[in-house]
Design a protein around this ligand. Structure first.
Ligand code: MRU
Length: 364
């Protein structure tokens, strides 16, 4: 997608073949900077500290991290160590496990001397597959958007609410929830986006708004508490979010606060869609209550970072010294609150039957 008119992806092998380059998302929207990852430990750090984030991009970065490890030492022990190191970086997005399983299955049977080249090829294939999947999600989502637009009588704008950042920054390209938004905008639909703040890390304000601005998509940023009110007033035509892990029965784990938006949407008859790439389906889980929920640092809640009037980026305390903070990073939206799962193979009901209907080969 575009940054100041120039096309970018979120991750790419450096031209000299010695490193992988990422966009440092902790510095957006104020500073656009790239960082080179040269070791598996660099990749683990980038995932853990959220220089890269978003379920599909976490998976792709981990895959490249295995390549970096194999460049340094292609032994069986080094492969096992790299897989374990990267798997422990973040617990909730299942794409991490999916990508590392794929890397392990490709590399383990090979002679060590063949592993580095094979690791790069597999990581690149994982990244390319992500782009193809998200573009297809965009096409299927566009159909749902067009239906809602027609049902609305094609008047005013098509008002879409999204939570967190499930745009191209969360993937290799296109994004999941934002892919249909980009495709709708490019197709001439008058789409307008309500961008949820997404406390505590503000992925909506910092990343989604930045993406939409760069692509020229009309939007307003709103605080996390505004969505229900806007839905009551008929100012939201649909919600669409991404997901970090969706169970085989269609329960959706996503960024904290997603559940509250789904409840408000249900109460106001607003369609609530989830953009779901198949690597984000956890076929081993039926019950969303069993998804591991990441607990992050208190400082993410007690502090805020932003740009001051003199242009410097700084961090301030916003909580009385001494108050403890809890910081669960994800929640689970039960399948009954989800209107549909938009996958690369089409849209289905959020249920075991719905998912099996599209992915009989994987469910088995
Ligand atoms: O903690 P983050 O920023 O990695 O969380 C990201 C989300 O919750 C996204 O909505 C999810 O990964 C879907 S991204 C395509």
């Amino acid at each position: 997608m575009l940054v100041k008119g120039e096309p970018y992806r979120t991750i790419w092998p450096r031209a000299d073949g010695q490193a992988v380059t990422i966009i440092d998302q902790t510095r957006l929207p104020h500073v656009f900077a790239t960082v080179d990852l040269e070791t598996a430990a660099d990749a683990e750090h980038a995932i853990r500290q959220m220089l890269v984030r978003g379920a599909p991009l976490i998976g792709a970065t981990a895959a490249f991290g295995v390549w970096l490890a194999m460049r340094a030492d292609p032994s069986d022990a080094a492969l096992e160590d790299a897989l374990a190191l990267l798997l422990a970086a973040r617990p909730t997005a299942v794409n991490l496990r999916w990508a590392l399983d794929a890397m392990g299955a490709t590399l383990a049977p090979l002679a060590p001397s063949a592993r580095a080249d094979a690791a790069l090829a597999k990581a690149q294939a994982i990244a390319e597959e992500d782009v193809v999947i998200n573009s297809a999600i965009g096409d299927h989502g566009l159909q749902a958007f067009e239906e809602i637009w027609r049902a609305k009588g094609e008047r005013g704008s098509l008002n879409v609410l999204t939570h967190c950042n499930a745009g191209w920054l969360a993937t290799v390209d296109w994004g999941t929830a934002l892919a249909p938004i980009y495709k709708a905008h490019d197709a001439g639909l008058p789409v307008h986006v309500w961008v949820d703040e997404t406390r505590p890390r503000n992925q909506g304000f910092s990343l989604t708004a930045w993406e939409l601005l760069n692509h020229g998509v009309p939007h307003h940023v709103i605080v996390d508490n505004a969505g229900g009110h806007l839905m009551q007033r008929g100012e939201v035509d649909l919600c669409i979010v991404g997901t970090d892990r969706t169970t085989a029965a269609g329960d959706v784990c996503n960024k904290i606060g997603t559940y509250l938006k789904a409840l408000a949407a249900k109460d106001n008859d607003v369609p609530f869609y989830v953009a779901l790439p198949s690597p984000t389906i956890d076929w081993t889980l039926d019950d969303g209550r069993n998804v591991p929920i990441e607990e992050r640092a208190e400082e993410e809640v007690t502090q805020l970072t932003g740009r001051t009037a003199d242009g410097d980026v700084g961090t301030v305390e916003i909580v009385p010294t001494g108050s403890a903070a809890a910081n669960p990073a994800f929640d689970v939206t039960p399948s009954r609150l989800v209107t549909g799962l938009i996958t690369e193979r089409g849209t289905c009901a959020a249920s075991a039957e719905g998912l099996r209907g599209l992915f009989a080969d994987r469910a088995a």
